[in-house]
Design a protein around this ligand. Structure first.
Ligand SMILES: Cc1cc2nc3c(=O)[nH]c(=O)nc-3n(C[C@H](O)[C@H](O)[C@H](O)COP(=O)(O)O)c2cc1C
Length: 223
């Protein structure tokens, strides 16, 4: 009986200490809606969609967004269309890049954290657990929409003598248009954006000196 009481006291002490640590330390228990180290995306759907000419006919910028979240399937399809690998045998991508530098990364800013799109693993890799949407642009809809894509060019991947600024703008343009066409086909709204505080966002996304924010693009369901 004595032994039993001692065991109970010991268990209570351990549980109490764990609760104390948790209430004083960093949040350690993740619920479904919090950031994850890595989100393994489902395989993208790479067939079907709206006929190309219809998508071109309907492509437009929209600035009204509902706060409804995109499913992981939709995120996977969107990011594959944007800049996924469409030739697995060579690792080449859905958007062209100068000398196939693939010098662009897509950062994905969402309510439940900010991630970098890892095209090889078809995953989202955590950058920050914070909701950084307020830093993703200066227009109000940016904070409401579920997804803001940030196109970040890594100048260290370019060959010496490349026109890095020109190429980065072109790369963001190709990726941005892929996103426009995908969104038109999928019934999503989108707008590409230059209005963002690049310095502040660069810090929040923990970018290196050679990484340059080129443009942002907001994506979400119509309001
Ligand atoms: C490089 C670039 C930067 C842009 N920046 C912004 C922006 O910061 N905010 C915004 O609301 N729209 C922005 N736009 C969207 C344009 O305003 C829009 O494309 C233009 O009005 C034509 O409309 P459409 O896309 O519906 O054809 C930008 C477009 C481009 C190409």
């Amino acid at each position: 009986m004595k032994k039993f009481i001692v065991i109970i006291i010991l268990i209570s002490a351990i549980v109490g200490f764990a609760v104390f640590l948790n209430s004083n330390g960093k949040e350690i228990i993740y619920s479904e809606n919090t950031a994850k180290e890595k989100i393994k995306l489902p395989e993208p759907n790479t067939t079907g969609g709206m006929p190309l000419m219809d998508a071109l006919k309907n492509r437009k910028s929209s600035r009204k967004f509902s706060n409804k979240e995109l499913s992981e399937q939709m995120l996977s399809d969107l990011l594959w269309a944007a800049f996924g690998i469409n030739r697995p045998e060579t690792g080449m991508r859905t958007a062209p890049t100068a000398n196939n530098t693939q010098a662009m990364d897509i950062y994905v800013i969402m309510k439940n954290g900010s991630y970098i799109y890892n095209a090889k693993e078809n995953s989202l890799d955590l950058i920050s657990e914070e909701d950084l949407r307020e830093y993703a642009g200066t227009q109000d809809f940016v904070k409401v929409a579920p997804v803001n894509l940030i196109y970040v060019s890594d100048y260290s991947r370019f060959k010496e003598g490349s026109n890095k600024e020109l190429y980065s703008g072109a790369h963001a343009g190709f990726i941005g248009q892929n996103v426009y066409l995908f969104c038109t086909s999928a019934g999503l709204n989108t707008v590409i954006r230059a209005w963002l505080d690049k310095e502040e966002l660069k810090k929040k996304l923990k970018l290196k000196e050679e990484q340059h924010i080129v443009l942002g693009q907001t994506v979400g369901f119509p309001e």
